[in-house]
Design a protein around this ligand. Structure first.
Ligand code: NDP
Ligand code: HSE
Length: 444
C-alpha cells in the first residue's frame, strides 16, 4: 500500500514532539496501521525553520500551498491561534484532506462550522491533543463510555495553571517566576492569560461538554474565573478544613439544564484529583452505568501532546478507506440529533460554598451573619472564627478594631441565594471588606 503522507502546520512545541514520534516510532506505527506514515513537509514561520532542518523535514512558509498539495493525505494543525489556522483548516477540508488539530481555541470557537464542512467533504477532523495534552480523554468519553448517559465531567485541564498552583503551594514560589518556567518548558499558551484566567480550560471544557452531552459547542456560555482569584490565606484555611484548592472545569447535567463552569474549587483533600500536581491533568467522568471514572496524565508538553496527535493519525489512517457514514461522529452523537438543552446562568448553578468574611470581633457579629443565612434558608456546614491576621488583607484602621476572618462552609445551595447572602453581609457595619467566595465540590 502507498505510504500515508502527513503535512504539518507548525513545528513548535507540539509539532516537534509529533515529528519526533513519527520518525522514532515509524516501524511500530506501520505495524499498527498496515501502512507506512511519512512526513511530507511542514509549514513554519521563522524560528521553527531550525527545527525542520534538525529533523530533516522539508519546510515552507506557505501554509496555504501545503493544505492544497495533492500529495498530502492528512494535515496536522499545530500552530495555534485563530487565523490563519481557521482558513487553512477549512481549505484542507475543502481539498479532501483529513485534519488533526491541537488547537482547542479553534475547535471551541469554530468547531461547529469546521465539523459541518468536514461532514460535507466526508473527511475526519480529530482533536484528541486539544484536551488534556497526552491523556486520551476524548476517546474515553466519546467511545469508551458510549454506553452511558454522562452525568458530569470535572477536571484539572490546564497544565500551566496546575503547575503554578502546585509550585506556589509546595515550594512557596512566586507566581511570576513559576509562570516563566512554564513558558520555558513549552506548557503555556502564546498568550499566558489564557492559562491563568481559565480561558484555555474553558475551551477544553466546551469540547468535553459537547461530546459528553451531545450538545453544540458553546464556548461563550462557559462561566470562567481564573487562578489569580486564589489567595494564600484561602489556601491555608482550606487546608485546615480538609480541602485543597484546584482550578477545575466542571460540566454538569441537571434537571434544569447544563452547568458549564471553570473556577478555583475546594475539593476534599482525600480525593485522588486533589492530589494531582504539577503539569499533570486529571479528568473525572461520571456515567450512569459505569459510575465515576478518572483519567490522569501529562496535560501539556512536547511529546505527551505529540502522543495524542499521532494516536489521532493512527485512527485516521485506519479509516482512510471507510465510508464516512461509518466513522465515529465528530461530537460523539449524530450531527442531526444534537440537543438544545439550555446552558444555565451562574445564578442557577448549584454548589456548596466557602466564604471568608472579615468582621469586627465584637458580640453579636456572628449572630448577624448567621441570621442572614437563616433568612435565606441556606444551611451552614461549618463556621469558624480565626485569629486575626494583621497585615493579611486587613486594613490598618480595621485592624485597630480587631478584625477577624470568619470562615463559613455552606451545604448545597443555588448560587443566586449565595450572591444575595454576600450582598447582605457586605452591608453590615461590622464587615470591613468584600467577602471572598469559592465553590466547594465533593465530587462523589
Ligand atoms: P508553538 O508556539 O511552540 O508553535 C507554533 C508553531 O506554529 C511554530 O512552529 C510556528 O512557527 C508555527 N506558526 C505559527 N504561525 C504560523 C504561520 N502563520 N505560518 C506558519 N507557521 C506558523 O506552539 P505550541 O506547539 O505550544 O502550540 C500549538 C498549538 O497546540 C496551540 O493551539 C496550543 O494551544 C496547542 N497545544 C499546546 C500544548 C503544549 O503543551 N504546548 C498542548 C496541547 C495543545 P515559528 O516558530 O517559525 O514562528
Ligand atoms: N497551555 C495548555 C496547558 C497547553 O497548560 O494546559 C495544553 O493544552
Amino acid at each position: 500500500m502507498k505510504p500515508v503522507k502527513i503535512g504539518l502546520l507548525g513545528l513548535g512545541t507540539v509539532g516537534r514532539g509529533t515529528a519526533q514520534i513519527l520518525q522514532r516510532n515509524a516501524a511500530e506505527l506501520e505495524r499498527r496501521c498496515g501502512r507506512q506514515i511519512v512526513i511530507h513537509s511542514a509549514a513554519v514561520r521563522n524560528a521553527s525553520k531550525v527545527a525542520a532542518e534538525e529533523l530533516g523535514i522539508k519546510s515552507t512558509s506557505d501554509g496555504a500551498a501545503l493544505v492544497s498539495d495533492p500529495e498530502i493525505d492528512i494535515v496536522c494543525e499545530m500552530m495555534g491561534g485563530d487565523q490563519p489556522a481557521l482558513e487553512w483548516v477549512l481549505s484542507a477540508i475543502e481539498h479532501g484532506k483529513h485534519v488533526i488539530t491541537a488547537n482547542k481555541a479553534l475547535i471551541a470557537v469554530h468547531g461547529n462550522e469546521i465539523f459541518e464542512a468536514a461532514r460535507k467533504a466526508g473527511v475526519v477532523v480529530a482533536f484528541e491533543p486539544a484536551v488534556a495534552g497526552g491523556i486520551p480523554v476524548i476517546k474515553a468519553i466519546r467511545e469508551g463510555l458510549a454506553a452511558n448517559q454522562i452525568q458530569w465531567v470535572a477536571g484539572i485541564i490546564n497544565g500551566t495553571g496546575n503547575f503554578i498552583l502546585s509550585e506556589m503551594a509546595s515550594k512557596g514560589r512566586e507566581f511570576a517566576d513559576v509562570l516563566q518556567e512554564a513558558q520555558e518548558l513549552g506548557y503555556a499558551e502564546a498568550d499566558p492569560t489564557f492559562d491563568v484566567e481559565g480561558i484555555d480550560a474553558a475551551h477544553k471544557l466546551t469540547i468535553m461538554a459537547s461530546i459528553a452531552f451531545g450538545i453544540p459547542l458553546q464556548f461563550n456560555r462557559v462561566f470562567t474565573e481564573g487562578i489569580s482569584k486564589i489567595s494564600r490565606e484561602d489556601v491555608s484555611y482550606a487546608e485546615e478544613l480538609g480541602y485543597r484548592i484546584k482550578h477545575l472545569g466542571i460540566a454538569k447535567k441537571t434537571d434544569k439544564g447544563i452547568e458549564l463552569r471553570v473556577h478555583p474549587t475546594l475539593i476534599p483533600h482525600q480525593r485522588l484529583i486533589a492530589n494531582v500536581n504539577g503539569v499533570m491533568n486529571a479528568v473525572l467522568v461520571r456515567g450512569d452505568a459505569v459510575g465515576p471514572t478518572m483519567y490522569y496524565g501529562p496535560g501539556a508538553g512536547s511529546e505527551p501532546t505529540g502522543s495524542s496527535v499521532v494516536a489521532d493519525i493512527v485512527d485516521v489512517v485506519r479509516v482512510l478507506d471507510a465510508d464516512p457514514v461509518n466513522q465515529v461522529p465528530h461530537l460523539a452523537f449524530q450531527a442531526d440529533v444534537l440537543s438544545d438543552v439550555p446552558i444555565l446562568e451562574p445564578a442557577d448553578f448549584e454548589s456548596a460554598y466557602y466564604l471568608r468574611v472579615h468582621a469586627e470581633d465584637k458580640p453579636g457579629v456572628m449572630a448577624s451573619i448567621t441570621s442572614i443565612f437563616g433568612q435565606l434558608g441556606i444551611s451552614i456546614e461549618a463556621i469558624v472564627q480565626k485569629e486575626s491576621s494583621p497585615g493579611e488583607g486587613v486594613s490598618a484602621q480595621a485592624d485597630a478594631n480587631t478584625v477577624v476572618p470568619v470562615i463559613l462552609l455552606t451545604r448545597l445551595v443555588r448560587e443566586g441565594l449565595i450572591q444575595e447572602a454576600i450582598a447582605e453581609i457586605e452591608k453590615l457595619d461590622s464587615v470591613t471588606q468584600s467577602v471572598a467566595m469559592l465553590r466547594v465540590e465533593t465530587l462523589n
